[in-house]
Design a protein around this ligand. Sequence first.
Ligand SMILES: *Cc1c(COP(=O)(O)O)cnc(C)c1O
Length: 345
Amino acid sequence: MDKNMFASDNYSGVCPEAWQAMMVANDGYANSYGDDIWTAKACDALRDFFETDCQVFFAFNGTAANSLALASLCRSYHSIICHDMAHVETDECGAVEFFSNGTKVLLVGGDEGKIDPAAVTHTVERRSDIHYPKPKVLSITQATELGTVYSIDELQAVGELAKHHQLKLHMDGARFSNALATLGVPAAELTWKAGVDVLTFGGTKNGMPVGEAVVFFDKSLAEEFDYRCKQAGQLASKMRYLAAPWVGMLEQGTLLKNAAHANKCAKLLAEQLLNVDGVTLMHQVQANAVFVQMPETLVEALHAAGWHFYTFIGSGHARFMCSWQSKEDDILQFGTELKKLAASL
Ligand SMILES: *Cc1c(COP(=O)(O)O)cnc(C)c1O
């Protein structure tokens, strides 16, 4: 058993459908910098997927996709409101401030990794003078950093909140497919129909080798976004290799299949973990993450036995991730080993 399997969903490899799509796209010559048939097909496939005429770009990773998308929504004297555990705030090394030339990020709290609407209102309304960085964008993460999922009702409320305060709405969808698989509704319901202006749509953690899509539902916001990508070093010259996995995976329904599998595995993994005395669940398991609190001795014993998992993410404690590559048998075997280990302490 590979003891790295729960460390992160980006420890997984490339899924067969993405690999196959890249092989198909690898035939002969193709125009560069996105002027190729694969990029055109991927954009069309995403428009079909979202059932709307959105504008699509591809970036190498989520940090770039998030920060360039957010930078396109505001000016340097504006502010972006997000959860204090948002990836944008905690895991992107200040990229959004950098690419937006200093736009301030204002943090709000909220249970289960979801923004507290009252805190957003307070942040917007507490000041209206010229000395305060003008709130311009609300950024939420779906599925959240804590492995929870905003329900449709919650999303609609967030959309209305943003509209009420005249904030643009950005969604960090590094694990958007996991949320989609959980809610079982069309992608449109989770995005533009709920008021999302821009989505950064994760491919990597779902099974692609590299690449995230930036999807503008409000096309007016995408003006000159291609220049932003180029300047930031995010315009792939052999763009077909970023685009082709989207074509193959959307055609075959792989994004949802992979996400549903990862989510199912996380539920199974949670059962195994909770089977052990002293292990408690930190957050609801609604996507592909399991956060548990466990005795420090057990954390140490697992680490000593070679199991790799992080304990500093989100609100701390132990995080275990599943992916398209997770195997139910491995999870059951881990459960057996965990029980034995816990009994020996
Ligand atoms: C992984 C992740 C990203 C993207 O991170 P990169 O390492 O830059 O690709 C963005 N947002 C969330 C919530 C993530 O988990």
